[in-house]
Design a protein around this ligand. Structure first.
Ligand SMILES: [Zn+2]
Ligand SMILES: [Zn+2]
Ligand SMILES: [Zn+2]
Length: 339
């Protein structure tokens, strides 16, 4: 993900921003320009219909539209009379927009179902109350179980299934992978190339699973994940998801302070550095980079904190006390050794 800046004051913005923290401008992300635009005054008619619930910060293409390019793809959303549902749905939409951004950056369109001849996209976000919900893709329709947006539930499922990685962004990338297959691989020469590498997708699904469990241990080197081994379609979807993980996170790295470091004063040993401001001047860009890189992988911020002038002074005192303690400890250890 590229670095975004406020069109009014040039402050750094995040993909999730609704307003600029510095100048308080109301902002919306425009998927066509892949940047933020102001949403004040006359422009406010371009706010997506889901903005009032803090669910969407994208800009509509036209004032007459009800929703943005992302929200218009929703066929079913959760019942909103339950505040907990709104929060879970919000998380799904944030992850979905990140993956639609990926597709936009690849130069791929994301037509809605019913838009025209091309296979269109649609999303069903279903809760357990709607019956047995199976996350998956079918002819452009992507279904996601609302429970996946609940961190505790998703982590439980991840543990139960012995998966190393399970995120909302990962789900959207995987299911969009199935969609891309159906739109771009389903016939012609690409299908022949696909079968040569991934195998024949016409194999019986149940038989493919039985074969999978009967395989010798070497099979693992052939697949990007255990789940990829279940069927050529899943293998493709997993590879498509990994491709998006890689280009998205690398793109974030390139535009992050880590990818283009501007080091004022190098810190050789952060533990022993006496200048706390020098430590912080390197920590801030690193923390920002770590957070953004994790978001690209669909993970939580590893450092979800803001250091204020007041808290920085407390940290500075911690450093000073520990440095003085270390100096006296070293003196005592020396005295012990000599004595
Ligand atoms: Zn601003
Ligand atoms: Zn929207
Ligand atoms: Zn799948």
């Amino acid at each position: 993900m590229r670095k975004f800046t406020c069109p009014t004051c040039d402050t750094r913005l995040y993909f999730e921003n609704f307003v600029c923290e510095t100048c308080s401008s109301s902002l919306a992300f425009d998927p066509r320009t892949q940047g933020f635009e102001r949403l004040d005054g006359e422009e406010s008619v371009l706010a997506c219909g889901n903005r009032n619930l803090n669910v969407c910060n994208w800009r509509k293409a036209n004032a007459e539209d009800a929703f943005c390019q992302s929200c218009r793809l929703d066929r079913t959303i959760p019942r909103l009379n339950d505040e907990a549902n709104v929060e879970l749905w919000r998380r799904l939409e944030f992850a979905k927009r990140r993956v639609l951004y990926d597709l936009g950056r690849l130069g791929l369109t994301t037509p809605a179902r019913g838009d025209g001849l091309e296979l269109g996209l649609a999303f069903d976000f279903l809760a357990a109350a709607d019956g047995n919900v199976v996350t998956g893709h079918d002819g452009g329709l992507i279904t996601i179980n609302l429970a996946e947006a609940d961190d505790a539930r998703r982590e439980q499922i991840r543990t139960d299934l012995h998966e190393p990685y399970r995120t909302l962004v990962g789900h959207f990338r995987h299911e969009c992978g199935h969609y891309l297959w159906q739109r771009f691989v389903v016939s012609g020469e690409e299908l022949e190339r696909f079968r040569a590498v991934f195998g024949d997708e016409r194999r019986d699904y149940a038989q493919a699973l039985r074969d999978h469990y009967a395989r010798p241990p070497e099979w693992r080197t052939q697949f990007v994940s255990d789940y990829a081994a279940s069927h050529p379609w899943e293998d493709w979807a997993e590879c498509a998801a990994h491709y998006l993980h890689i280009v998205s996170t690398l793109d974030t790295f390139i535009s992050s302070p880590l990818g283009a470091p501007e080091r004022a004063k190098p810190v050789d040993d952060p533990y022993r550095e006496s200048d706390f401001d020098a430590v912080l001047s390197q920590w801030f860009p690193l923390a920002e980079s770590l957070n953004e890189l994790n978001r690209s992988m669909g993970l939580h911020d590893p450092y979800p904190f803001v250091l204020t002038p007041a808290t920085i002074e407390k940290l500075r005192l911690v450093q000073q006390i520990l440095r003085r303690a270390a100096a006296s400890d070293a003196t005592m250890a020396h005295a012990d050794a000599v004595g």
